[in-house]
Design a protein. Structure first.
Length: 351
């Protein structure tokens, strides 16, 4: 299809923009539809493409129609400039797919969630001016991107020599991220393949460089914990999970941290990462019959003891300690079930 949408073609704009949400095709969207004097068309496109920004559950009650119109008009003024910059002023139209990407990026930079708009934020954008807000915020995104390569180097230098194809491929894909990232046009996108799982995943709602930096920061905390243990002992735990652990999409930190917490809970040497029969028995005796809430509290306390025993102490190592504590807290239902079935080795592996 080769449809073009003019600035005043309000009847055609909504279907075209709606198609963009589903991925779109090769239809062209005229640059005039993004701003200028075509406010009615702009509002129609924005509502269709972004899930009716300003009309969510919160916005319906707190964002007046006039304020919504002002916000939408400001949004499209920003997009008009974005389209001009993206095409270098050489084209009067833009592929629908790219129009959708530019709009999604603009919402990301402005901090607007189309599915759950914040009326207070949108009013602040209207008060400051969408163009001024966008320029200020895109500079913050650019500064965030300046951190990425440094974080990557720190992660690469601290990653233990444990086999993991997924981790190796992920780090290679993130190498030179900043050179591929386009904060002004596609700030919400991640030009990399991230396959290695974290013990505590970054929420899917986080996008772009913010996701990448949060991912690398969490990976760095996992590395700092693993560095406190003998490499061969870490391998022993991981091989007990699966002999070919390096070929699996498996987080390396979680089994090691889990056994470290188990050792602290059982009164065994944390650095050994190994529990003997007496340790399993002590753990069962101390926790049997306790509710999940009590088990969770015992696990969290054991996590902090484990961190202390390997030299991770507050306040300098508080982020890592908190990360391990959260992991331990999530073990509570599994541990409670294992106690009921005399299967503690299903949580804290034997090796």
């Amino acid at each position: 299809m080769a449809d073009t949408v003019g600035a005043g073609d309000a009847g055609t704009v909504a279907p075209v923009a709606g198609a963009a949400r589903a991925g779109g095709d090769s239809r062209q969207v005229e640059r005039g539809a993004y701003g200028g004097s075509a406010a009615p068309s702009a509002v129609t496109v924005a509502s269709s493409t972004t899930g009716a920004v300003g009309r969510g559950a919160a916005g319906a009650a707190l964002f007046a129609p006039a304020d919504e119109a002002d916000f939408q008009a400001g949004l499209w003024r920003v997009l008009a400039k974005q389209v001009t910059l993206y095409t270098l002023g050489e084209s009067s139209s833009l592929p629908e797919y790219d129009a959708h990407r530019l709009l999604a990026s603009t919402c990301f930079v402005l901090g607007v969630d189309p599915d759950d708009p914040d009326p207070a934020l949108m009013r602040a954008i209207v008060a400051e001016g969408a163009e001024a807000t966008f320029e200020r915020e895109v500079r913050l995104v650019e500064r965030e991107a300046e951190r990425t390569d440094g974080l990557w180097r720190e992660v690469a230098l601290t990653t233990p020599l444990l086999e993991s194809v997924a981790l190796k491929d992920t780090l290679e894909s993130l190498r030179g991220f900043r050179s591929r990232y386009a904060p002004r046009f596609f700030a919400h996108e991640i030009p990399a393949d991230i396959d290695y799982p974290l013990a505590e995943p970054v929420p899917e709602a986080v996008q772009g460089v913010r996701y990448v930096n949060a991912y690398l920061e969490r990976l760095l905390m996992e590395n700092r914990f693993l560095q406190r243990f003998d490499l061969e002992r870490c391998k022993g735990v991981l091989r007990a999970v699966h002999p070919d652990y390096g070929e699996l999409i498996l987080n390396l930190f979680e089994p090691v941290a889990t056994n470290a917490v188990g050792c602290a809970l059982a009164g065994c040497d944390v650095r050994s990462l190994r529990m003997d029969d007496a340790g399993y028995a002590r753990m069962a005796t101390s926790l049997q019959g306790k509710p999940v809430r009590r088990v969770r509290g015992e696990l969290e306390a054991a996590a902090l003891r484990a961190c202390g025993e390997v030299g991770l102490r507050a306040p300098d190592d508080e982020p890592v300690r908190s990360y391990v504590e959260k992991l331990a807290s999530r073990l509570a239902p599994r541990l409670r079930n294992a106690l009921a079935h005399d299967a503690l080795a299903g949580v804290f592996v034997r090796w």
